[in-house]
Design a protein around this ligand. Structure first.
Ligand SMILES: Cc1cc2nc3c(=O)[nH]c(=O)nc-3n(C[C@H](O)[C@H](O)[C@H](O)COP(=O)(O)OP(=O)(O)OC[C@H]3O[C@@H](n4cnc5c(N)ncnc54)[C@H](O)[C@@H]3O)c2cc1C
Length: 339
């Protein structure tokens, strides 16, 4: 284990916040992960587990040990005519893993192309995009208990997946280090084209019989034109979840705001409303306050124009939440993890 002291985390979080970690190490194997956790326990240091840092907001310097998960490897466990089972190290970067599968014509995650971060963090908030969530292809999650270093496997059902949610954000929060994820992908893929602008983009690309490669390319094209690139401007993607509100509340709002968009959800008594639309209507799209702001094209994305402290983002987020609450009586919940 290589332990560094007083390490800037600026290049380890996509917001580009320059917080310091007391100690930092990267675990490339299970042995290194256990060694790091044992060291932290022996020295009574708190541990922050980090993947690609694309879903965290560092509010201040991080006390204790930052443990970056870098366990690699894509292992083909089984295969038949229809499916392939893959066990993937938690530290594999997500998008290159998607491209690897797309190139083999293994379908199921092509709509999740170009999402930043690692494979190990993907189950934590059940990553989703363009009508697909990781829970649809995930078989199990392998974890290391951070206290007693025992190994466990969570089945898909045990992960209690929900919208941008899982047991790892609820009762199991902070208890486990995810070491590997097993997926079942389809060799005769079923395409999901109805969500967002995928169909239109495929038409513009003059694709009449799309493959998963085409879908992945279309998703990458949409995302790179729509979302700010963290390498150019610090951000963590969608800052808030799209709120689910009671149908009665929605119908009452609709009389005042007839253009208010909505999506049906599994529970017929609820409706999902796009948080970006609410923020824009509350007058916050494009607003800049010093080093931070609400992106000019994507109201759901808060940005660091450079040199921001995490506390500036927190203050901006609170004002946005208050404005949406005042106008719509809707509470926005952050999607990202405040550290
Ligand atoms: C431009 C942009 C676009 C995005 N688009 C989407 C999108 O379309 N859909 C979507 O769902 N998300 C999206 N995200 C959010 C983000 O990419 C995902 O949440 C991603 O899964 C985070 O991975 P990460 O490795 O960066 O996690 P990190 O930010 O490093 O960590 C996130 C949380 O998981 C914990 N954690 C990380 N790895 C492990 C591990 N191995 N074991 C235990 N705990 C761990 C951390 O402690 C932290 O609490 C976007 C982000 C950005 C910047």
């Amino acid at each position: 284990m290589t332990l560094q002291q007083q390490v800037s985390l600026q290049s380890f979080n996509t917001f580009g916040i320059d917080a310091q970690a007391d100690y930092f190490t990267a675990a490339h194997s299970l042995t290194e992960a256990i060694e790091a956790l044992q060291w932290a326990k022996a020295h009574q240091q708190p541990v922050l587990i980090l993947g690609g840092g694309s879903n965290v907001l560092l509010m201040q310097d991080v006390r204790g040990l930052v443990l970056q998960v870098s366990l690699k490897g894509i292992e083909r466990l089984a295969e038949d005519e229809d499916t392939v089972r893959l066990r993937v190290g938690a530290g594999e970067p997500w998008h290159p893993f998607v491209l690897h599968c797309v190139a083999q014509n293994w379908g199921g995650i092509e709509n999740l192309s170009l999402i930043p971060g690692t494979v190990g963090a993907a189950p934590i908030q059940n990553i989703g995009a363009y009508g697909v969530e990781i829970k649809e292809v995930l078989e199990s999650v392998e974890v290391l208990d951070c206290q007693d270093f025992s190994l466990h496997t969570f089945s898909n059902a045990a992960c209690a997946f929900g919208y941008r949610d899982s047991i790892f954000k609820q009762t199991a929060q902070g208890k486990y280090l995810i070491t590997a994820v097993t997926f079942v992908l389809q060799k005769k893929p079923v395409l999901h084209l109805t969500y967002g602008a995928i169909q239109q983009t495929l038409e513009a690309m003059q694709v009449t019989h799309p493959t998963i490669q085409d879908v992945s390319r279309a998703v990458c094209h949409i995302r790179s034109t729509k979302l700010p690139n963290p390498q150019e401007i610090g951000n963590a993607g969608s800052f808030f979840k799209n709120p689910e509100i009671d149908l009665a509340h929605y119908e009452q709002l609709k009389t005042v705001f007839p253009a208010m968009p909505s999506y049906a959800v599994a529970n017929p008594a609820k409706v999902k409303v796009p948080a970006g639309w609410l923020i824009e209507q509350a007058g916050w799209k494009g607003v800049r306050q010093g080093n931070v702001g609400v992106h000019k094209d994507q109201a759901l994305v808060l940005v660091n124009y450079g040199g921001a402290q995490g506390s500036e983002i927190v203050a901006l987020a609170s004002q946005v939440q208050a404005a949406v609450r005042a106008k719509f009586e809707i509470d926005l919940t952050p999607e990202i993890n405040y550290i």
